[in-house]
Design a protein around this ligand. Structure first.
Ligand SMILES: [Mg+2]
Length: 225
């Protein structure tokens, strides 16, 4: 069976919104919270460290909600996502938590989000976290491909590499220099325009002809008879 329907799987932080933990660090003044998967690739080690720091500083969920609510998507992210969702099904695959991400999802116009859940006690202390499964981004891509979707994945960091490798096409978006150098097998985009161009280039021809048939085609393709 010919597979033509594209699902775009996008990382959230670093691709559509700033790093949430770095914003929490900056707004709370707790510098130790700046570490991300760019610094500590083992997510469990990173997350346990974060919870210990939160407890030590008594930083609770209401304060964190206030910080995240003040965050804005990256410049151009909303428009890029609107463009992409007109062309393809889009799923956001993130290692963040629904409790953190909701204010940002509102600004992104509620795309589908697969992520994780926090355990918060009655006093608003974050006492644990629940990951749905091991390697969830790669497993999501694997499952979508098993449903005969063609998957184009976009991410920026270590926690995206297995997802990019599992996808039909993996694209690094504004990665840190060391990842960009080390993982040259993936395509690279440094702006949303480059990311749009990458999607136009690699997406299934069927999607392109549908767009043109609807009079919304872009670019310089020769007219069809
Ligand atoms: Mg990221």
């Amino acid at each position: 069976m010919q597979v033509t329907t594209v699902v775009a799987c996008l990382d959230l932080e670093g691709v559509l919104v700033p790093e949430i933990w770095i914003n929490i660090a900056e707004n709370s003044g707790i510098d130790e919270l700046r570490a991300t998967t760019r610094d500590i690739p083992d997510y469990d080690v990173l997350m346990k460290q974060r919870l210990t720091i939160l407890q030590r500083h008594d930083l609770r969920m209401p304060q964190i909600e206030t910080i995240v609510t003040a965050m804005r998507p990256l410049a151009g992210a909303v428009e890029f996502l609107q463009w992409l969702r007109r062309r393809h099904q889009v799923v956001i695959l993130s290692d963040t938590y629904y409790e953190f991400a909701t204010p940002l999802m509102r600004q992104l116009e509620w795309p589908t989000l697969f992520c994780n859940q926090l355990d918060v006690d009655e006093q608003g202390r974050i006492i644990g976290y629940r990951l749905r499964q091991h390697d969830p981004k790669r497993r999501a891509v694997e499952a979508l491909r098993a449903l005969n979707f063609r998957v184009i994945a976009v991410g920026d960091s270590y926690n995206d590499l297995s997802m990019l490798a599992e996808a039909d096409v993996g694209i690094l978006f504004c990665p840190p220099q060391n990842i960009g150098i080390e993982y040259r097998q993936f395509q690279m985009a440094r702006t949303y325009q480059e990311l749009r161009d990458a999607f136009l280039q690699v997406a299934a021809p069927a999607a392109e002809s549908t767009q043109q048939a609807q009079g919304r085609g872009r670019g310089t393709s020769a007219p069809t008879a």
